[in-house]
Design a protein around this ligand. Structure first.
Ligand SMILES: NCCC[C@H](NC(=O)CCC(=O)O)C(=O)O
Ligand SMILES: NC(=O)OP(=O)(O)O
Length: 315
């Protein structure tokens, strides 16, 4: 595997989940695979889970791990061509990325949507420069449009907790004080479309996700109808795609509380975290026995470990 940016990169989903669950059973079975191999994790944005779980995954495989918070500890990077660099950015991404490539065997990069320009975000301007210029396999640690390690962990978690062959999974928008990227919902849609689940997305009007992700996906604007019969509720906020990066609603009637969960088929509650309590979800729901957010975060190690293992096997 040369890159992990989207669902197609992992191939057969059942095989991938099986491999992840086998690594979960025996995390150190391949600890010699990564000997004398180095992974560099570059963060343009904050992280708790992705940083720690990806480090842990690489360490389980015996790799050396280097992590750089590029905005805090590196030089601020210019990414435009033709700029006279007389401002606050001392280094160009076109030198920085090939240099990073000299120091490692695999690169992970986190670079969120910046909401300045929809085309720049949706063309994955930053991530693509890592692919183009590093000369090394690249793993997305959440890009402008996708968060595939999260969605892979979500799928593993659904597989572990489902009580029927084809569960109903509902992605629900929920309110938030800030404008958040569409990466997590886009990716979740992409993975659920390819999984054996009944999948419904619910959100207020104006929060339609990009058509390239939503083709063939059921949208139910009535949140109660969407929740009826659900086995998994996956909550997430995102800012508007059509009115790019705008907050159109902070309607707290969309907050997932006990009354919402009562509409479901005793559904499990999921969220990628970090989550703002009593905006996205109430204390009661996230602390209830049906909340599987910690198990979901735990599976981040095994989604990452599956991907890194496959990359090491193909180096
Ligand atoms: N990696 C998981 C989610 C990361 C990011 N959340 C955030 O930025 C939350 C920040 C806040 O709550 O202020 C997102 O939605 O894409
Ligand atoms: N879920 C997730 O990616 O968390 P972090 O942003 O903390 O890495």
């Amino acid at each position: 595997m040369k890159r992990f940016l989207k669902v197609e990169d992992i191939g057969d989903l059942n095989a991938a989940v099986k491999e992840a669950l086998s690594l979960k059973q025996n995390p150190y079975a391949h600890q010699h695979l990564g000997k004398n191999k180095t992974i560099v994790l570059i963060f343009f944005n904050s992280s708790l889970r992705t940083r720690l779980s990806t480090q842990k995954a690489a360490m389980n495989l015996g790799m050396n791990v280097m992590v750089l918070d590029i905005n805090k500890d590196g030089w601020k990077l210019e990414s435009e061509l033709g700029v006279v660099m007389d401002g606050d950015k001392p280094e160009h991404i076109r030198e920085a990325v090939p240099v990073i490539g000299q120091y490692c065997d695999i690169i992970g990069v986190r670079s969120f949507a910046q909401f300045e320009n929809k085309e720049d975000d949706y063309s994955e301007k930053i991530l693509n420069q890592f692919i183009e210029l590093s000369g090394k396999p690249v793993i997305s640690l959440e890009s402008a449009t996708r968060h595939p390690l999260q969605s892979f962990a979500d799928l593993i978690t659904i597989e572990e907790h489902k009580t029927k062959a084809r569960p109903k999974v509902v992605l629900t928008w929920a309110p938030h004080p800030r404008a958040l990227p569409q990466a997590v919902p886009n990716s979740f849609v992409e993975w659920m479309k390819n999984a054996d689940v009944e999948f419904v997305v619910t959100h207020p009007k104006g929060y339609e996700l990009a058509p390239e992700f939503m083709e063939g996906v059921t949208v139910e604007y009535d949140q109660k109808k969407a929740f009826e019969g659900a086995d998994f509720i996956y909550a997430k906020n995102w800012a508007s795609y059509t009115e790019y990066g705008q907050i159109l609603s902070k309607d707290t009637s969309w907050t997932v509380d006990e009354a919402h969960m009562a509409w479901t088929n005793n559904a499990k509650f999921m969220h990628c975290l970090p989550v703002r309590r009593n905006m996205i979800v109430t204390d009661g729901v996230i602390e209830s026995p049906n909340s599987i957010v910690i198990q979901e975060a735990a599976n981040r190690v095994f989604s990452a470990q599956t991907v890194i293992k496959r990359m090491l096997e193909s180096i």
